[in-house]
Design a protein around this ligand. Structure first.
Ligand SMILES: [Zn+2]
Length: 81
């Protein structure tokens, strides 16, 4: 290996949003993740997702913005038919 060009390889503490922690080899010190093998439905067999709630909220926020932009006359027309 060449000197002074490689980042330090060390034990990184991985912290999941579900609270699970484990260590892996990495060049980073701490790694924050949203999903891990403990809480992912594929491995745990349970259907719960912290991320899904955030996505719904994001979508609602985006939808609310869109409604403001579109004129009310356009939306009312198809309903009247
Ligand atoms: Zn997790």
């Amino acid at each position: 290996m060449k000197k002074d060009i490689h980042p330090t390889y060390q034990d990184a503490k991985v912290i999941c949003a579900c609270g699970a922690t484990f260590t892996v080899g990495s060049t980073k010190k701490d790694i924050n993740i949203e999903i891990c093998s403990t809480c992912h439905p594929f491995y745990s067999g349970t259907e719960k997702s912290l991320d899904a709630a955030g996505r719904v909220e994001k979508f609602k926020a985006r939808a609310a913005k869109t409604v403001v932009k579109t004129p009310k006359a356009k939306k009312a027309a198809p309903k009247a038919e």
